[in-house]
Design a protein around this ligand. Sequence first.
Ligand SMILES: [Zn+2]
Length: 209
Amino acid sequence: MNALAGLGVIILDEIVPPRAPWSHRVRKGQTLRIIDLEGNQSADFLMYATADDTERYSAQDTIAAQRNVYLREGSMLYSNEGNPMALITGTDVAYHDTIGGACSCESNTLRYGFHTHSHHACVENFLTANLRHGRGKRDMVSNINWFMNVPVEADGTLGIVDGISAPGLHVDLLAQMELTAVVSNCPQINNPCNAFNPTALRMVIAGQM
Ligand SMILES: [Zn+2]
């Protein structure tokens, strides 16, 4: 089956190699489809408003608005100004994470030992991608982890456990404002968020030019 059926006019169709950063403008009314090509690959994700990038994705506002910690089909993603940024119009993964955060050299060292300090991490990817838009470390906020499984237990305990995604599954985001989407194709190899084998993602933007 054509993986892009029903999306309308395809404006952009790109592969993000394993461990790489990516960013692109998404206009209001366009759909961004992220495809987990080989399964269980975390797509760490941020969004910034084009008009004023001090307005950006807010995990806290999104969780509070929907009174649920998981992102699912129908979830509205809110900014720190309380404005809708994007709507999850479809996904074939049961839920996605927005509380597990992005991996960094520092967190790798704390969790997995000093020998992992040199491992490439999502924070470096976010910094690299954001640099193209004039943003720095102060502009990094809590992110979304598409396709990553971070269950919250009844007592509030968090886990990063085996994924619930599979090859070819996707998430569709309908932009509610003009924004820049930023992705780190997560390089983590010390926990199961990428099935210990980082793989490629496919990014598709569709809709009117
Ligand atoms: Zn990562």
